[in-house]
Design a protein around this ligand. Structure first.
Ligand SMILES: C[S@@+](CC[C@H](N)C(=O)[O-])C[C@H]1O[C@@H](n2cnc3c(N)ncnc32)[C@H](O)[C@@H]1O
Length: 522
């Protein structure tokens, strides 16, 4: 997934405007300002992007153009299957660091540093040690980017990086939250985001002083940054354009010229990965693609707009991960701010669920112990539209924090003894030492004791019933209709699978809701 964090300056209305890296090199689509509807991509004329691809040694089946998402990659020929490389960039032409070089292995990142130096010349010892040290990934990568910028400013030096830097958004075009002035941030009005913008800006200023500033920073001898604006630029670039990839247990952060032109979609048609031989970084198709389609990847499948804005500086119209908060009285409150306060904790009618139970409630199957879960297979194939709805709802549901079962009953010791009594399988697995998997990272749920299993099963059923009662599949025709009920650490959600035949929806769906007549709680 692309590194999560921030992105963008300007008002919210500017969030989706494309970057304007070089006058002439890139022009916004004339219809963008007027409409958010899908327009044909406009391919960039001129060869600056071809030059970039060439300098990066990249093999590409794409061109660069302007789409409704801004500047992005357009597939240039029909692709007939999934897992086809669409962009392939040799790793020596990327900036690669280990996320945690001190605490874990650094085989691939050390190798990448060696290869980068073979191509581009030796890195100063101070910088190399910093890149391999224990500062956070983003400040280490920002230092490297600034170093590259400084070197590339010398005529004839680092041609790839000259081309790359020339096409990156410039200071005035950045839309990361850390670039918002206080006044601009205030216009966002969402208290959580306003506060977040201030935190990010303060934090970036701190990094500038501590590491990057040419006089005071610990990297001062490298003279990386002459101004706060320059440091903000580098930090913004890094935080909105780096990829995160796991290589045999080593978590890498990569800045990959050309590949980083791929925009985000929740219905992404491509993905990114290291090639098997670890020699190149690739964007690969996830399905057959037609020439002219925009290549999109996922920056994170479960991000509501508040997080998209916080991390990358854009919002997605109709974001399927946004939530409607239902109060008991049926009032729906704000949809996308993760900071919105909950007034419903006291009277929360929804059950707490262990993560695995939640997956069950959403009718997932598979080996839950290693995270290899699949949506339940359905007898009759779903249409593409139904699949999309189902996937969106599931990803929205799975993005939520998971409730912990009551602490008193959930020690590991008691759970291991309960493993056999609960009969193994799913609930037995929950008793194992392995923590349950969730897409949001390590859940805070503890294994269940044998006593809790019946309660948990009842809660699964209760959740299914409640979801179906509270959500109307037809009430607004919105396929992202998702309810989340948040209260403190508790959060649970519901979905209604309108357009999907009854047997293809939630297991155990009640007959009164299956006809689509269930209305939001009033
Ligand atoms: C990795 S870059 C992608 C290439 C970028 N469009 C460019 O012109 O350089 C990430 C940035 O692209 C923009 N972006 C990506 N996906 C987007 C989307 N779905 N809608 C609007 N902007 C998007 C955001 O500004 C984000 O910070």
């Amino acid at each position: 997934m692309l590194k999560q964090r921030f992105a963008c300056r300007g008002r919210p209305s500017q969030q989706t405007r494309p970057f304007l890296p070089n006058a002439g090199a890139f022009a916004p689509h004339p219809s963008r300002a007027a409409s958010q509807t899908l327009a044909e991509p406009v391919l960039h004329s001129g060869d600056v992007y071809e030059q970039l691809a060439h300098a990066a040694g990249a093999t590409v089946a794409t061109a660069v153009g302007t789409t409704q998402l801004g500047r992005g990659l357009i597939v240039s020929r029909d692709i007939d299957s999934s897992r086809q490389p669409l962009v392939s960039v040799p790793v020596q032409n990327a900036l690669v660091i280990a996320d945690d070089p001190v605490g874990s292995i650094s085989i691939y990142s050390d190798r990448a540093h060696r290869r980068w130096q073979e191509v581009n010349g030796e890195l100063p010892q101070l910088l190399l040690e910093f890149l391999q040290g224990d500062a956070r990934w983003d400040i280490r990568m920002a230092a490297w980017l600034l170093y590259v910028k400084q070197m590339a400013a010398q005529p004839g030096s680092l041609p790839l990086w000259q081309a790359y830097l020339g096409l990156l958004p410039q200071e005035q075009d950045m839309c990361c939250l850390l670039n918002y002035s206080r006044a601009e941030a205030a216009e966002l009005q969402l208290p959580g985001l306003v506060a977040e913008a201030a935190v990010q800006a303060d934090w970036a200023a701190y990094l500038h002083g501590k590491y990057l500033h040419y006089k005071s920073g610990s990297l001062a001898p490298l003279r990386l940054s002459g101004s706060l604006a320059e440091s903000l630029w580098a930090i913004s670039m890094v935080r909105s354009r780096t990829f995160s990839e796991d290589m045999a247990g080593e978590c890498l952060t990569l800045m990959v010229p050309y590949a980083d032109l791929a925009n985000h979609s929740f219905d992404n048609n491509s993905t990114f990965c290291m090639a098997r031989d670890a020699k190149s970084f690739q964007l690969q198709s996830l399905r057959p693609l037609a020439a002219g389609e925009e290549l999109t990847i996922s920056y994170g499948a479960t991000k509501p707009n508040a997080e998209c804005l916080r991390d990358y500086g854009f919002v997605v119209p109709g974001n399927p991960c946004d939530r409607v908060h239902f109060t008991r009285s049926g009032e729906a409150s704000s949809s996308s701010s993760s900071s919105s306060s909950s007034t419903i904790d006291e009277e929360d009618p929804l059950p707490r669920l262990n993560p695995v139970s939640l997956l069950l409630a959403l009718s997932f199957t598979g080996d839950l112990s290693d995270g290899d879960i699949q949506p339940q297979q359905h007898a009759s194939p779903l249409t593409a539209e139904q699949q999309l709805r189902l996937a969106r709802r599931r990803s929205a549901l799975l993005s939520m924090p998971i409730a912990s079962p009551p602490a008193a009953a959930s020690g590991r010791n008691s759970s291991s003894s309960s493993s056999s009594s609960s009969g193994g399988g799913l609930f037995g697995w929950m008793d194992a030492a392995t923590q349950p998997w969730t897409p949001t990272g390590r859940p805070d749920a503890e294994p269940l004791s044998a006593k809790q299993v019946p309660q948990e099963r009842a809660a699964v059923q209760q959740l299914q019933q409640l979801l179906l009662q509270q959500l109307s599949p037809r009430s607004n025709g919105c396929d992202e209709q998702t309810a989340v009920h948040q209260g403190g650490s508790r959060c649970t959600a519901g979905c209604a699978l309108d357009g999907i035949p009854e047997q293809q929806g939630l297991e155990g769906r009640s007959s009164d809701a299956a006809d689509g007549s269930g209305a939001p709680a009033q």
